[in-house]
Ligand binder design. Structure first.
Ligand SMILES: [Zn+2]
Ligand SMILES: [Zn+2]
Length: 275
């Protein structure tokens, strides 16, 4: 197995050195670990949202440390270097895959965390406080989340979509459960992902959140497989001990879905691997 979604101290809100994450992955016997540090925001965003991403001035240090670890541990584990890019809507000043190519990254994860400037995954209190900004309340948030995702996905935009149904994170909490069925929007997103040749990540962090299940939900995964979308896996670790979290459950899930292959990435090329 491998873990392609790992944050570290560099991200401001995660803990532990990059080396501690590699050591944990070695201890678990993983074949690969992929660093997916949050890519720096444009300067205007960084001021309003501190400690969400790797600051621009630290990013070269992050890359250099990942490259050092790749060499130092090459006999024990494969270290992949990637980034998680935040889709900030139209007018974003960089293009993730181009940026990843320029930096020589192995994979390029793209995610939506902010919908019309509101973080859907930060705290339930923050989401609740901002609900009145969306027509239809929480259902309005879901609708805008999937519309934003639909806007993001395009051929050559990224290698992988992160935590596809992240908007459900707090769905078991009072007032934050959607009342409407958003599956037709999800299907549109999946169809666009399929026609763009992009992979979808199974993110095991959801098992530790109020939603109580992996991202994305099993119904979405089934539809993704029907459409021939490739899958990859990540823990979204924010502490070294979270590397490879719930991978036993993940294996059961993959078995249940009949998935025999997951996608790894090397220098932005997809490499199918039997599991
Ligand atoms: Zn994320
Ligand atoms: Zn993440």
């Amino acid at each position: 197995m491998f873990d392609y979604h790992v944050h570290t101290l560099f991200c401001g809100h995660a803990y532990g050195s990059m080396e501690e994450y590699v050591l944990r992955a070695v201890e678990l016997g993983l074949e690969e670990i992929g660093f997916s540090g949050h890519y720096p925001y444009p300067p205007s965003f960084e001021e309003t949202l501190p400690n969400c991403v790797i600051p621009a001035q630290s990013h070269p240090v992050y890359l250099a440390e990942a490259a050092r670890l790749r060499e130092a541990y090459r006999d024990r584990i494969v270290v992949r270097i990637g980034a998680e890019f935040d889709y900030l809507g139209d007018g974003q000043s960089f293009h993730p895959l181009d940026e990843a190519r320029r930096l020589g990254l192995d994979f390029c994860l793209a995610s939506v965390h902010l919908v019309d400037g509101v973080a859907v995954d930060y705290t339930p209190e923050l989401l609740e406080k901002n609900l009145q900004r969306f027509t239809g309340g929480i259902d309005g948030v879901y609708d805008r989340y999937y519309r934003t995702l639909l806007e993001m996905v395009a051929p050559g935009y990224c290698t992988t979509v992160g935590h596809l149904d992240l908007v459900k994170k707090f769905n078991t909490l009072a007032g934050l459960a959607p009342g409407l069925d958003h599956s037709s929007m999800v299907e549109q997103v999946l169809e666009r992902i399929a026609s763009s040749g992009i992979a979808v990540e199974i993110n095991t962090s959801g098992w530790d959140k109020p939603c109580g299940e992996q991202y994305p939900a099993i119904g979405i995964l089934k539809k993704a497989l029907e459409l021939g979308i490739a899958l990859t896996a990540g823990s979204d670790a924010h502490r070294p001990e979270e590397v490879g979290r719930h991978f036993d459950r993940l294996k059961v899930l993959l078995n249940q879905l009949g998935v025999r292959q997951l996608m790894r990435f090397e220098k932005l090329q997809a490499v199918p691997c039997d599991i």
